[in-house]
Ligand binder design. Structure first.
Ligand code: ADP
Length: 419
């Protein structure tokens, strides 16, 4: 450790060396200088500097101490009555003041504290250096890996695009094929209906039953063909919404009317709550019709005979939130308000059916996604919800599924009214 003694009386210097050398745990190298020569020492750094106030007369040296260009922990020896003027003169650069004549016991205490402070400072300095080095190495590594990562990202992006393209090609191919099948299917359905209604001669009970089953299959194939064609159109961004000021509740009523026979056949209790008045707003009535056909059709399909279905429409205030806000939301802030300040409509289709396994609630909106449960392979093609979601999203809305408390599932659609 290097200690500079500046302008000290030779007697004081001798005592200082005597009292500190014995109590210091590390080797101390003293360098001393009278006040008038001290400027020679300003070019190097010191661990500690003990100085007499008399060096004030050496302007260059005094400045170096005050501005800390002469680095090191500084202890000033001063007379008690000069303490105020010393503090004012030296400012914040001084670690401690010791009164003259020096109380050497007190000096030793301050000396020890100063040594501890020096030790901690150098440890801190070392740690900072280590940290800087580590940081620098990390930066270097990152810079070295950056091109690789960029390459991987590019590859991933290209693969993603290729997969999207392939997906689109697959859907387009299926859509073209189904289009080709449409005419023969319609003809087939016509002939089957003629036969089923005994227009081509009487049919016995077994034949009527088989004809009924054939007609069902024919209708399912037609449904598939329609879904594939819808999907192909929606995927290829050829969706030009035919927006017009329409009545959503009328649209829902039509859907219910269209599927009422299937509801009756399964003896389902339908509750249709259209009480809250929703003024007309702009949407594509045909497409939206398709959304609710798909949702209600599923509710009928997945609810056992004798169960219930509820359809509800409400004016709604939709507070769009960022993902972060959604994750950290304390409570659900979506609130239904008076019709005067609603910005969207909320339509829900709930049933008392088998519900959806929680882990599938998101996936069921993907194309060709179906829930596999214990009863063998699922019926259907997994397209209805994908089509519904694409249409809702084209309207800048959203659709999601939940399980109802108790039993069954609930599908909710939010559509903004400001398109
Ligand atoms: P699909 O036309 O084959 O029914 P969807 O896309 O309409 O296909 O539905 C995907 C899957 O989501 C279905 O196979 C079914 O497992 C599940 N699902 C949809 N609606 C309901 C519902 N109301 N209750 C239970 N499961 C449902």
């Amino acid at each position: 450790m290097d200690v500079l003694l500046l302008g000290l009386d030779p007697n004081v210097e001798g005592l200082l060396r005597k009292h500190t050398e014995s109590s210091s745990t590390q080797k101390v190298h003293f360098h001393s200088s009278p006040a008038e020569n001290g400027a020679d020492f300003t070019t190097r750094q010191w661990d500690m500097i003990v100085l007499d106030r008399s060096i004030r007369s050496n302007v260059h040296l005094a400045d170096a101490v005050k501005t800390n260009s002469l680095g090191g922990l500084k202890i000033v020896l001063t007379e008690k009555e000069n303490l105020d003027s010393a503090i004012e003169f030296w400012g914040p650069a001084i670690y401690s003041y010791i009164f003259k004549p020096v109380n050497w016991m007190l000096f030793q205490v301050i000396w020890q504290q100063a040594l501890e402070r020096i030790r901690l400072n150098s440890k801190l300095f070392r740690l900072e250096k280590q940290h800087e080095k580590k940081h620098e190495m990390q930066q270097k590594k990152r810079r070295a890996h950056a091109p690789q990562q960029e390459e991987i990202l590019k590859d991933l992006f290209v693969t993603h695009l290729k997969m999207q393209e392939l997906d689109q090609e697959k859907t387009d191919f299926l859509a073209r094929t189904s289009h080709e099948l449409r005419t023969p299917l319609t003809a087939l359905q016509g002939y089957l209906e003629l036969l089923a209604h005994s227009k081509a001669g009487a049919v016995n009970e077994l034949q009527a039953h088989l004809l009924g089953r054939s007609l069902d299959t024919c209708r399912r194939l037609q449904g598939l063909s329609n879904s594939l064609m819808d999907l192909s159109t929606l995927n290829s961004n050829r969706t030009h919404l035919q927006l017009g000021k329409e009545n959503i509740q009328e649209c829902l009523a039509q859907v219910v009317a269209e599927l009422s026979q299937a509801i009756e056949e399964k003896n389902l209790e339908l509750r249709f709550d259209n009480a809250a008045e929703i003024p007309k707003f702009r949407f594509d009535a045909d497409q939206m019709h398709q959304v609710f056909i798909n949702l209600l059709d599923n509710a009928i399909k997945f609810t056992p005979a004798g169960g219930g279905i509820q359809i509800r429409s409400l004016p709604y205030f939709w507070e769009r939130r960022t993902v972060r806000e959604l994750v950290f939301a304390q409570q659900d802030r979506r609130i239904a308000v008076s019709p005067a300040d609603f910005n969207s409509v909320r339509i829900s289709v709930e049933d008392t059916g088998r519900g959806i396994p929680p882990e599938c609630l998101q996936d069921i909106f993907q194309e060709y996604s179906r829930v596999v449960n214990g009863n063998g392979s699922p019926k259907g093609f997994g397209l209805g919800l994908a089509v519904a979601r694409k249409i809702v999203m084209a309207h800048e809305g959203k659709v999601w599924a939940e399980n109802r408390q108790g039993q069954g599932s609930a599908f909710t659609v939010l559509i903004p009214i400001s398109l």
